[in-house]
Design a protein around this ligand. Structure first.
Ligand code: 4AD
Ligand code: MG
Length: 430
């Protein structure tokens, strides 16, 4: 019997429901128990006249997060979130729960994160995890329908994928150092020669010493790589991808977005119009006009990203950054060799960069010298460089940070609530 999935099937019938007591209210005549099953909260009504005094007192004393089985008739109840309620006739406690730490009163953020294993049961957290689930599924579906092959990239790697500054490393038997993957990109690049269009979707790791609301040390990234694809095709693809998956999630998660009090119309307005595209040098000019002291060659920090999205009224692609502030694999811009063919997609509402993408350097010698310039050991890249030796082709790709997109869609100020168990500089437990 799955009444959380299919309640109409059991309307006006006797049903049993297992679950946990999320909360309860009521008086001496009637008690309303909120029971959680499969992430849904179903109201169970206990009317005193149906029970002995002793039993009614027992019902009244069932404590928060006790697990129980209830039996009763399922009826319509338009005022409740679930739309149906159960008129209680029998109940049985399975596992008691005494002094549950997370009560309906306000708790501090640290306290809640220390109790993350319990906090996941709370109302808003149920919604956030469901939105993440819908988003993950929409992403997989999008790529499946576009004939992209899911190619799972390794997590333990022998070469630096993104930048040497943020590596988690460990000794790997007699083979030297292993790193936790910062990206699956280099492996995807090898796989386009087999499948043309590939993507990976999994955890990635950055030993970032940044305590910001957008940084995790372990985050999920979805990366796509496409053969015979230019940077401008890559931009169009990213825009379609973001618009498509966001619209799907807005539709599928409408109830959860309401629970989070997300004003969906703001989000929808951003998705209706084309995303602004700005050259890096134009972005610097915009910032300078706004009184920022920034010059060509500097990276654009979070605060300045916000200025740009406010000025342009929505998501912004910043295109063709200076070579020296970007990763070694990006293709030199033939029209301005000081820059590379790349893009960052900046989301509005304080979210910041959600995608990094680029065309990849396909010339073996140029790529090799960039690897050397970065102080990386070319011996660790022989396998990667083979892609430029055996049938090199123009190709492009990008990576999207899942938690940042969840934060944007759900209207959450911090990425730490967008992943079940956040890993940050000062948090490894639970
Ligand atoms: O811009 P990044 O570093 O790009 C890459 O890793 C490329 N290899 C992707 C590719 O072209 N295949 O990271 C991509 C995205 C960022 O835009 C951001 O959304 C997210 O990953 N990200 C983080 N999210 C949370 N915490 C962090 N520390 C993050 N670092 C990057
Ligand atoms: Mg980036």
């Amino acid at each position: 019997m799955n009444i959380t999935k299919n309640p109409q099937k059991y309307l006006n019938e006797e049903v049993t429901l297992e679950g946990w007591l999320q909360g309860k209210r009521g008086n001496n005549h009637v008690q309303f128990l909120q029971i959680r099953n499969s992430g849904k909260i179903i109201q169970v009504v206990a009317e005193k006249e149906k029970f002995s005094e002793e039993d009614f007192q027992k019902i009244k004393s069932i404590s928060q997060e006790t697990s129980l089985i209830v039996k009763g008739i399922l009826v319509l109840s338009e005022k409740t979130e679930f739309g149906y309620e159960i008129q209680l006739s029998e109940w049985k406690v399975l596992g008691p729960s005494m002094n549950y730490p997370i009560t309906p009163k306000e708790h501090g953020v640290d306290f809640l994160h220390n109790h993350r294993h319990l906090w996941l049961r709370s109302r808003k957290q149920l919604s956030i995890m469901r939105i993440r689930n819908e988003l993950s599924f929409a992403i997989r579906q999008y790529f499946y329908e576009k004939d992209y092959l899911l190619l799972d990239s390794p997590i333990l790697t022998g070469s630096v994928g993104e930048s040497a500054g943020t590596l988690f490393e460990t000794q790997y038997f007699d083979e030297g150092k292993a790193y936790l993957a910062q990206t699956g990109q280099l492996y995807l690049e090898t796989a386009i020669f087999a499948h043309n269009r590939v993507y990976c979707f999994g955890p990635t790791f950055r030993a970032e010493k940044s305590k910001t609301r957008r940084h995790l040390t372990e985050f999920w990234m979805v990366e796509a790589e496409t053969a015979f694809f230019s940077n401008s095709e890559n931009l169009d693809f990213q825009e379609d991808f973001i618009k498509s998956i966001c619209k799907t999630v807005i539709q599928k998660s409408s109830e959860d977005l309401k629970v989070l009090e997300r004003d969906v119309s703001i989000l929808e307005s951003f998705l209706e119009k084309p995303f602004a595209r700005l050259n890096y040098s134009e972005a610097i000019e915009v910032l300078q006009k706004k009184g920022e002291e920034i010059s060509i060659g500097e990276d654009i920090n979070a605060e300045r990203e916000n200025i740009l999205t406010s000025e342009l009224g929505g998501p912004v692609f910043i295109i063709n950054y200076p070579k020296k502030i970007k990763a070694f694999y990006m293709k030199e811009n033939p029209e301005n060799p000081e820059t590379v063919l790349c893009s960052d997609l900046i989301a509005p509402e304080g979210v910041g960069e959600i995608i990094g993408g680029s065309e990849r350097e396909e010339n073996l010698d140029k790529l090799l010298s960039r690897i050397q310039e970065e102080g990386l050991n070319p011996e660790n890249y022989t396998w990667y460089l083979d892609t430029r030796k055996y049938g090199s082709v123009p190709h492009s790709g990008f990576g999207l940070g899942l938690e940042r997109l969840v934060a944007w869609i759900a209207g959450l100020p911090h990425v730490r609530e967008c992943i079940p168990y956040p890993r940050m500089m000062e948090r490894l437990d639970p």
